[in-house]
Design a protein. Structure first.
Length: 80
């Protein structure tokens, strides 16, 4: 198990304006990340709805998720 270093980091700034600038850039970065995450969440939600509606294959980003039916494992084969 990996241990997490419990020491907090301290960032120092020469002026209040410098600190505010840094915080503003960080806020913008996390805002963009949140928007991207919401868009991706919506893509997965739509893909799940498509599968529920009967789709055998859906693509999210560059990844395609497909159902491959193997006659021996599709649940209808007689294994007696």
């Amino acid at each position: 198990m990996t241990e997490i270093d419990g020491e907090a980091k301290t960032r120092t700034f020469a002026t209040r304006a410098e600190l505010l600038n840094k915080l503003g850039r960080k806020e913008a970065l996390w805002h963009r990340a949140a928007l991207d995450a919401e868009d991706r969440r919506a893509e997965f939600d739509q893909a799940a709805n498509d599968v529920l509606a009967g789709a055998d294959s859906v693509t999210i980003g560059r990844t395609t998720y497909s159902i491959v039916v193997d006659e021996d494992t599709d649940g209808t084969a007689d294994h007696s």
